[in-house]
Each structure stands twice: as C-alpha cells, then as structure tokens.
Design a protein. Structure first.
Length: 402
C-alpha cells in the first residue's frame, strides 16, 4: 500500500515537472465561493512552489442564459496576484444563474479555465438579522428584528417566506442557556410570552428560509431584565434609603455650622480684650497682628484680683440750717432769758450754753430717725427686707464723720 502511494506521488511529481518543462501551467485548485446574502467572493488555492515563479490570475463570469449564444464573458479580475476575486460589485441578479471561471498565467503561459456554476438564491449563505433590539413591556419583553441587509445596506425583501427563530432563557435560572424556549415568527416585532417579573432574560435570533433549507448563524445573546409592579419591601427600602440620605445631609450641615461657629469664636471672638491688655499683645495699637514671643522673651506674670462691684447706698441728708433760722432761734432764747427766767447775766449765759449743748443731741437724733425711716422705705421698694443693724451702722457711719 505504501509503495502504491509513493508511486502515485512520484508520477504526479514527474507530470508536474514535465508540464513545467513543456510550458504547461497548472490550473488553480479548490475553486469555491464565499458568500453572505449578496456578497460573492471566488477563492482558490495556488502552490507558488510548483513553478518557482510568480503567477497572475484572471477571473470572469457570464449568465448561463447567454452562454449558449456565445456571448462575451465579463472580466472582473485581470492579472491579479491574489488568490481570490470579489464579484460583489458586479450586481448579479439574485434569482439568476451564472458561470464563473478562473485561470493562471506564468511567464506568458496560461493554464486551462476552471469553471464553477453559481446560483445566488440557492448557494448564497443567508446572513443573520441586521439588528435586534429588546425593550421591557411590563413583565414581558418586546423584540424588534431588522431583516438581513444586502451589500448596498438595503433590507433583503426577496425572500417572502423568510422567518426568524427566537431562543430565550432566564439568565438567573439557566446561566448556560441549556433549557431554551423557542419561538418562530415572521414578524419583525414580537412579544415574548410567559416571562416572570423582575427577571433577567437572554435572547438570540437567527434568520431561516426553508425552501432551500437556509439558516443563518445566531446573533450574540442580548440580555435584559423585565419589569413589573414594585413590591412593598422595595418601596420600604427606597424610603429607608432616602431617609438615611436626608439624615446624613442634615448631619453634615449641622457639622459645618458647628465648625463655622467654633472658627468664628476662635479667630473673631465677640468679647474683645480691653485696650490696656491689647497693648501687650500687639506691636502697636493699630496693628491687626499680635506680636509673637521670641525664645529670648521673658514671661512676667502678676496676680490679678477681680472684685465685685460695690453698690453704694444712697443717703438723703437734710438741707443745712440757714443763718436767718439760727438768728431767729437765738433771738427767741434771748427773749426768754430777759423775761426773768435767769436772774443774772452770768446765769443767763450759762443757761444759753447748756441749752445750745442740749439741743444739738436732740436735733441729731431726729435726723438719724428720719434717715433710718427713708432707708427702710428704699430697701422695701427694692424688694429687700430691711435689717435694723445694717441701717443703723450705715447711718451712724455717716454721722460719725460729722
């Protein structure tokens, strides 16, 4: 068996060598089409080592209805070094049938044509939907599907029997998507049934055409959460969060206010120092900056005694006796002495001195009584209980200086 394979390979090598020596060029191998909707690319394989020299290729096409009438082929790629040719821009009719061919050229020598029949509506691969969108509809999901697009970005409306297969599953219950629900529809707007509220679902869609058994690939899964009535616990949670946020904001405002008050009372106190104390704190009276103590400065301290304010009692002193009143008193005493109460002038003079000396204590006692009475009335008006000893001492102190 191994000998037979080696013999076949050897014969092929000899044939290729003879072909190169005789000027024959090998044909392109594995000619196929890569298609998607209305995009058509003809591709082939070429072994550059078979000739040892670079090769160029020519690709053409013609409609099969014109082939029997010997019509001219349409050249799309001429003298290209690439191993493919794009026929997308040729505007081939989607429901038509065409013949493609390609050949190789090396140093002016050309190979035979390799032909391939192509029917776009039958052989072209159907592409997936161009766009899919999800939107919540209460506890359901709406799916918006856009048809596949042509090479000119136009929706493909050729397939009247095209439809879409929708697969969806719950991401929470089935993360891997092993248990999928399937829904086939020909509409571009679909509402997925049987969904649970407040649940996340994943959706994927493919386009299908059963006449030629075509099916596109699925799009990447798209996930979205359904909605529904808000549960009571969630409403309470929202209220609690709002309340906590309000309290935090209120606490922050209060903290800022307290910091402001502390800073203001620290740097701008309402009780200013007296002028004689500010003289020691500032370089000069008009300066706003206090002088800083240097390391060599000496700290001197004196004891400061704070005494309460003394309330002085008001004492009303009677008006002094005028000279006219004193003369009238003397005149009365002198008349009484002349009426015969005192027999001699010496006795009269002695009686006058005794009378003057005796009248001074009597008048002083009357003044003291009047002052005590006035002070008691004043203390009652002030709401205080008068004390006899305190009043007597205050009045006595006044007359002690007389």
């Amino acid at each position: 068996m191994h000998q037979y394979i080696a013999l076949v390979l050897g014969s092929l090598t000899i044939h290729n060598g003879l072909g190169s020596v005789l000027g024959e060029v090998l044909v392109p191998q594995n000619v196929t089409l890569s298609t998607m909707n209305t995009q058509y690319i003809l591709i082939w394989d070429w072994d550059q080592n078979s000739t040892g020299r670079p090769a160029t290729f020519t690709a053409e096409y013609i409609a099969t209805v014109k082939l029997a009438r010997n019509k001219t082929w349409v050249s799309v790629c001429n003298g290209t070094t690439a191993a493919f040719c794009d026929f997308t821009g040729s505007n081939l009719i989607y429901l038509g049938t065409f013949m493609f061919r390609v050949r190789a050229s090396v140093d002016g020598h050309t190979s035979k044509w390799v032909q391939k029949v192509f029917c776009p509506h039958k052989d072209a691969v159907l592409g997936p939907p161009s766009k899919v969108e999800l939107a919540p509809a209460g506890n359901l999901l709406d799916v918006y599907i856009s048809a596949p697009l042509t090479s000119t970005q136009v929706p493909m409306r050729i397939f009247r029997a095209i439809y879409y297969r929708i697969e969806y599953w719950s991401q929470w219950d089935d993360p891997q998507g092993l248990k999928r629900e399937v829904l086939n529809t020909s509409h571009t707007l679909v509402t997925l049934p049987g969904l649970d509220a407040w649940t996340r679902y994943c959706v994927t869609v493919q386009a299908r055409y059963d006449y030629y058994n075509k099916a596109s690939c699925y799009i990447a899964p798209m996930c979205m959460q359904t909605e529904g009535d808000t549960p009571h616990w969630q409403i309470f949670l929202y209220f609690l969060m709002a309340l906590v946020c309000f309290l935090l904001v209120l606490l922050l405002c209060y903290a800022k206010f307290r910091c402001y008050k502390v800073l203001k009372n620290t740097f701008y106190p309402s009780n200013q120092l007296s002028y004689h104390i500010q003289e020691y704190l500032y370089d000069f009276p008009s300066s706003d900056l206090p002088c800083l103590l240097t390391p060599d400065s000496e700290l001197c301290c004196d004891r400061l005694s704070v005494c309460p304010e003394v309330v002085l009692l008001e004492v009303h002193v009677p008006p002094p006796v005028t000279e006219s009143e004193q003369d009238s008193g003397r005149h009365i005493r002198q008349d009484s002495g002349d009426s015969g109460m005192h027999s001699t002038e010496g006795g009269s003079a002695q009686q006058h001195c005794c009378s003057s000396a005796g009248s001074e204590p009597v008048g002083r006692d009357q003044e003291v009584d009047s002052l005590q009475m006035a002070e008691k009335v004043r203390m009652k008006e002030m709401g205080k209980t008068p004390v006899d000893g305190v009043v007597d001492e205050g009045v006595g102190a006044i007359f002690g200086h007389c």
